[in-house]
Design a protein around this ligand. Sequence first.
Ligand SMILES: C[S@@+](CC[C@H](N)C(=O)[O-])C[C@H]1O[C@@H](n2cnc3c(N)ncnc32)[C@H](O)[C@@H]1O
Length: 232
Amino acid sequence: MTSEQNAPTLDALEAAASDKFAWQWDAISIANQPFKLAVAADPDSMLIEACERQDAGEEGVIDPFWATTWRAAAGLDRFLDQVELQDVPVLELGCGTGHAGIAAMLRGAKVTLTDGVEDPLLLVRMSVWQQRDQCTVQRLRFGIDTLDDQSFPIILGSDVTYLRQLWPELDVCLRQHLTKGGRVLLSDPYRFIANEFREWIQKHDWHYTEHKVELADDPKHPIRVMELHDAK
Ligand SMILES: C[S@@+](CC[C@H](N)C(=O)[O-])C[C@H]1O[C@@H](n2cnc3c(N)ncnc32)[C@H](O)[C@@H]1O
């Protein structure tokens, strides 16, 4: 556990989150078991408010894309059924509310959940409160922050390829944190922009394989899992 996690109680985390935005506990299934996930109560209005502030010329307003739990995370969760995770160190990048990293944690992995912004990490700390000895939660901005000398045989990212400008920083971050011979698993709902990422990343010295994951809620709209191995 980080010293940061040591300090607050669950009540204090809940109060800190309530000071910032409306949130709630969602009862969902993660890693095929019931799990209570702390989520933003009204992600749509948070997004609209951020857009309005940006339109009004305010600088440094961060899009709260973390506030929704994206379907790509459920797809990555399903894919992890076939990955051996017991005691394996796993890093999740751009975790948002943390569904994918928590899916690895519940399968026995030692998980570090990270995001570039602090607000979702508050919720993630609440969600993993009972398992806080098994995971670390901390801020990690692609290409800016590094986890000192730590490398991971598995790195997860759910819906983190949606912006072209993020790709070079994501590439740097993956190289900084992937153990030699390790695998990166990135999921997305077959976004157009992610098709472009698929071409781009293969030109940047990564071996690429693709997996399709069907989800019971909407089998016609599967999730893609991109698997990358360092080709350098
Ligand atoms: C579309 S959301 C996906 C959230 C979560 N993985 C999911 O699938 O529900 C993208 C996430 O990437 C994070 N992110 C965006 N830019 C980032 C950066 N430069 N460094 C780290 N995280 C970033 C956002 O804060 C957000 O949580």
